[in-house]
Design a protein around this ligand. Structure first.
Ligand code: ADP
Length: 599
């Protein structure tokens, strides 16, 4: 009986409050675990719909849910989003006055609040523990739970203290959420939070709505960037750069060229950062050029593109950062521009890390992201495998899968040059030495070894050192070469076949020399809708958003507007059938949008 009641409740709340017609994968399992007072660890990609998993049971239960979140911006966004849905939520952080805090405490104690957001450092003060002991707590939510693990990529010291939650509140269950967790990090979260027999739910890493590509950067990459931006006129996007100076410079250059962008980095005064953030979220400026300081707090759901102007530090960082695109499930595009010099730069920072084990761990992560960037294997598949998930194919949702043969370049001749040089030097040397021989270097070490007497000496001077690196990377990826002791290059059976001209090797030409060629590939997977009406609905949404002083996407996401422009509902009942429209939202905005559609 109780179960049936919950089921009916769940579906009603899903539609009435959140406006969704059905649950997404794993959401219902998570909700059920929470309703059964069970600990939960949910690993679901950005945009997967984690918030609903703790928000919906909270609305079914009587008490208040306590949400621990690492960033004020993140909390603000969640609180604003709940309030827009007519749900009482608030946060306590250092950003508020004492009077604000007193009011929030009062409504929490009076049972008027459904959600209280807290930062981890707040949670562990005696003041907060006293407050919490007076509340009827449903359960605790630990958002961005990977921050508790030193082996993750965003370790936060104050997250460690969350280990005390279990002993301080033994009767409340804990639900932990993250988008990025390897098995190692998962074990850390369960251990550090002392989760008891938790339900572990792990979603697929694959995000079908993201089209991924990667290109070797030519000079500063700005020509490639502008080429990319042509496809995203007036759309919201983030461009990640590696330094504060680059953020300022690139933003300025883009603005001179007629784009609308702002810079965001940790060196800007707090009020400017906050202001820039607000301008971007409210769609007054569509491009944010940022360092990784523009991070976890970005919940804007209609970001259509993310560009990296250089290699990110790790695949976790990269996955999180591209995860900011397309949270609303709409088609979005991400581009990675990289160069081997990025990797060298990143590795230089490792010298300052005293813990050698940790430095080695980071070193391996840099190698791994570089390998990802240069690889010809499906990008989605590589990401899935990195996070210990599997994926057969992405269905042409990345450049490695959708580029056809006409963009390939035969490199059999170059491969034979490399392989015979390795053979003639007894497979004893690493890539630098082999390339030096091919390019006829006059380095003393080479000459004293008699390398200049070899028939292969200087046969490869037509290619630059960088191009030879690319050829060797490709041969290694194809397992034509293996790495031996001290990074010496070793031939495999396939290498012999190539040397005997029994086998050919090719490479994506954009990997070898980026020629700025752009092939027409299908990057979207849209349904048909009335584009003119969509634009009108967008305008209406902006009007309401500026009147209410909230971000436009909190009213309706782009996807909902497209469905409205496709289904063209004419009254309340038909509008409520559209995914994304619930009772609460209809009450607030329904009529205004119906007027636009009906006119
Ligand atoms: P996450 O926290 O996992 O990154 P969110 O909770 O922000 O994801 O949800 C991402 C988007 O998906 C939001 O726009 C949300 O409204 C939408 N969403 C969540 N659950 C559903 C559902 N069951 N049906 C349709 N849309 C959903």
């Amino acid at each position: 009986m109780r179960k049936a009641l919950n089921l009916e409740n769940k579906n009603r709340v899903l539609k009435d409050v959140f406006g969704h017609n059905s649950f997404r994968e794993l959401q219902e399992d998570g909700i059920d675990a929470i309703l059964q007072n069970r600990d939960l660890l949910m690993i679901l990609p950005t945009g997967g719909g984690k918030s609903l998993v703790y928000q919906l049971p909270t609305l079914i239960k009587d008490g208040i849910s306590i949400v621990i979140s690492p960033l004020i911006a993140l909390m603000q966004d969640q609180v604003a989003s709940l309030k827009a849905q007519g749900i009482s939520a608030d946060m306590i952080s250092s950003a508020q006055t004492q009077e604000d805090i007193d009011n929030i405490v009062y409504s929490a104690k009076m049972g008027q609040l459904k959600f209280l957001y807290l930062s981890p450092e707040r949670l562990n003060t005696q003041w907060t523990l006293n407050l919490l002991s007076e509340l009827k707590i449903n359960f605790f939510v630990v958002d961005e739970a990977h921050c508790i693990s030193q082996w993750g990529h965003e370790f936060r010291d104050d997250y460690r203290a969350l280990g005390r939650l279990k002993s301080n509140f033994p009767n409340s269950n804990i639900c932990a959420f993250t988008a990025t967790s390897t098995n190692h990090v998962t074990e850390d979260i369960i251990r550090e939070l002392r989760l008891e027999n938790p339900l572990l739910l792990k979603g697929k890493i694959f995000r079908k709505n993201l089209y991924i590509s990667s290109q070797r950067r030519i000079t500063n990459g700005q020509a490639q960037l502008k080429n990319f931006l042509k496809r995203h006129e007036n759309e919201s996007g983030i461009i990640y750069v590696s330094s504060r100076k680059k953020a300022e410079e690139l933003s300025l250059n883009l603005n001179i060229a007629g784009y609308k962008s702002l810079a965001y980095h940790a060196g800007l005064p707090q009020h400017i950062r906050e202001n820039n953030f607000k301008i971007f979220v409210n769609d007054k400026v569509n491009i944010m050029v940022a360092t990784i300081a523009f991070g976890m707090g970005i919940d804007k759901s209609d970001i259509r593109f993310v560009v990296h102007m250089s290699l990110p530090k790790t695949q976790e960082n990269y996955y999180q950062e591209i995860g900011r695109a397309g949270r609303d499930g709409e088609d979005s595009e991400v581009l990675l521009l990289f160069n081997s010099s990025d990797m060298i730069m990143q590795k230089q920072f490792l010298k300052d890390i005293p813990d050698q084990n940790y430095a080695n761990h980071l070193d391996a992560k840099i190698d791994s992201i570089y390998k990802y960037a240069t690889s010809e294997i499906c990008f989605h598949k590589q990401l899935a495998e990195y996070f210990e998930d599997t994926l057969d194919e992405c269905g042409s949702r990345c450049d490695n899968c959708s580029n056809s043969d006409d963009l390939r370049q035969d490199i059999t001749k170059e491969a034979q040059m490399v392989l015979s040089t390795i053979y003639k030097t007894n497979q004893n040397f690493g890539k630098n030495y082999i390339i030096d021989i091919l390019r006829g270097s006059t380095e003393q070490k080479l000459l004293s070894n008699g390398a200049d007497k070899l028939s292969v000496y200087n046969i490869g001077s037509a290619l630059s050192k960088k191009e030879w690196f690319v050829v060797i990377e490709r041969l290694t990826e194809m397992k034509i070469l293996n790495l031996g002791e001290f990074s010496s290059l070793k031939l495999t059976n396939d290498a012999i076949a190539i040397l005997k001209s029994q086998k050919k090797v090719d490479i994506k030409s954009s990997r070898l020399l980026v020629k700025g060629q752009e092939k027409k590939v299908k990057r979207t997977q849209e349904f048909d809708y009335d584009e003119e009406l969509f634009e009108k609905l967008r305008t209406k949404r902006s009007e309401i958003a500026s009147k209410m002083g909230i971000p436009a996407y909190l009213i309706f996401g782009d996807k909902t507007l497209k469905h409205l422009a496709s289904d063209k509902p004419f009254d309340k009942a038909s509008m409520l059938e559209v995914n994304g429209v619930g009772e609460k939202k209809f009450e607030q905005f329904g009529e205004e949008f119906l007027n636009v559609i009906n006119s």
